[in-house]
Design a protein around this ligand. Structure first.
Ligand SMILES: C[S@@+](CC[C@H](N)C(=O)[O-])C[C@H]1O[C@@H](n2cnc3c(N)ncnc32)[C@H](O)[C@@H]1O
Length: 234
């Protein structure tokens, strides 16, 4: 197979993984003509969500993030929002989901998922550059990286840049395919995160929860000799 063909197939695989269901991501070879007809190969948004939920078990991700109403969470590489809707439900009322992505077009699809449940105002969409988290310092109770960290050109540098965005005791959760686990754990350790818990309940995937390791405080300098009180003049 020629390299250009391989590149095209890889691009199509990425598009289907991130822009929704593979059945929906079929390449249309001809423009539609005549009256619109139902497409038997097209899966409805609710069926797509149901299938995603069966396969990815978002409830386990929400649990790992420790989300409660009022919490602020970053959904990094949110894509079309199949997970974002679960985060929004978990933090409402009073909380906030900041959904980031390098691709503004995928974030545009969030609204149709959120509107039926009146959760549009819970989610802020944010287009970011590939190497920077784009998250404010000290604002987040949790940061989620779901099936995205393997796209970072330097995962440890990205995580180092993201760490200050977490509140004290905030959580970083990385969810991905098992074959991305070793590099993910290595990058997190290199960036100063400590693994707190890990779930492998979903076959072929891992959900790892981290916290920033306690900063190393330099030892306080003790004086070499006890201070001698100068004699008072007679
Ligand atoms: C496989 S999809 C995952 C979508 C969603 N998180 C999920 O688990 O269903 C990866 C998403 O990450 C986005 N992405 C890739 N590199 C990124 C980066 N450096 N920063 C933020 N988003 C990124 C892609 O545009 C895509 O929407």
């Amino acid at each position: 197979m020629r390299l250009s063909t391989l590149s095209l197939l890889a691009a199509l695989a990425l598009a289907s993984a991130c822009k929704g269901d593979p059945a929906q991501a079929r390449v249309e070879d001809k423009p539609p003509t005549g009256p619109a007809r139902p497409d038997p190969g097209r899966i409805s948004p609710s069926d797509e969500q149901a299938r995603f939920d069966r396969e990815r078990h978002p409830e386990l991700i929400v649990k790992a993030l420790g989300l409660t109403p009022g919490a602020i969470v970053a959904d990094v590489g949110a894509g079309t929002g199949l997970l974002t809707i679960h985060l929004a439900r978990a933090v409402a009322p009073g909380g906030r989901v900041v959904a980031t992505d390098v691709d503004g077009a995928v974030l545009d699809m969030l609204e149709s998922r959120l509107a039926p449940e009146h959760l549009v105002d819970v989610v802020e969409r944010r287009v970011v550059s590939a190497d920077l988290p784009g998250l404010e310092a000290g604002r987040y109770d949790a940061i989620l990286l779901a099936q995205v960290d393997h796209y970072f050109s330097d995962p440890a540098a990205w995580l180092r840049a993201a760490a200050p965005a977490l509140k004290a005791n905030g959580r970083l959760v990385i969810e991905n395919r098992t074959y991305h686990r070793e590099p993910a754990l290595a990058a997190a350790a290199a960036a100063g995160f400590r693994l707190v818990t890990e779930s492998t309940e979903v076959p072929g995937e891992f959900i790892a929860t981290f916290q920033v390791a306690a900063p190393v405080t330099p030892p306080t300098k003790t004086p070499d000799k006890p201070a001698v009180k100068p004699k008072e003049a007679p």
